[in-house]
Design a protein around this ligand. Sequence first.
Ligand code: UDP
Ligand code: MG
Length: 136
Amino acid sequence: MSKIEQTLSIIKPDAVERNLVDEIKNIFIKNNLKIKEIKKIQISKDEASEFYKVHQSKPFYNDLCAYLSSGPIVAMVLEGENAVLFNRKLMGATNPKEADENTIRKLYGISIDKNSVHGSDSVDNAKKEIEFFFKN
Ligand code: UDP
Ligand code: MG
């Protein structure tokens, strides 16, 4: 069964810095995900800590929040059939070394922390994450 969903995608600082924004956007467009909203911003460490608060008990939390706030990022709302899981599939595994061929993280990820993209992991989290970046 297919359903039209929206999901939040973030192009992380490592990929923005390497001028990979257009290449990553083209992967979404070629795969029939529509870019409904897009903005380039830099968030504060406090904002990153709020965004990633589900990970607050993890050993990598502090570094993760420092990293996400370390430079400009591009936040996007993607829309399409089964967009949440489909985007996760296009992204590939968290660790680029374990990601399938031709996934974004396999193509562009540097390491488990500098893995180029974020994508919501459920419809509920997508709603919260879209609100986080695109509430008026
Ligand atoms: N992360 C990390 N070290 C780890 C696991 C995760 O630095 O051992 C970072 C990585 O950038 C990842 C983010 O924390 O994208 C969020 O982790 P999650 O498990 O939610 O992975 P994702 O949903 O991004 O694949
Ligand atoms: Mg996650």
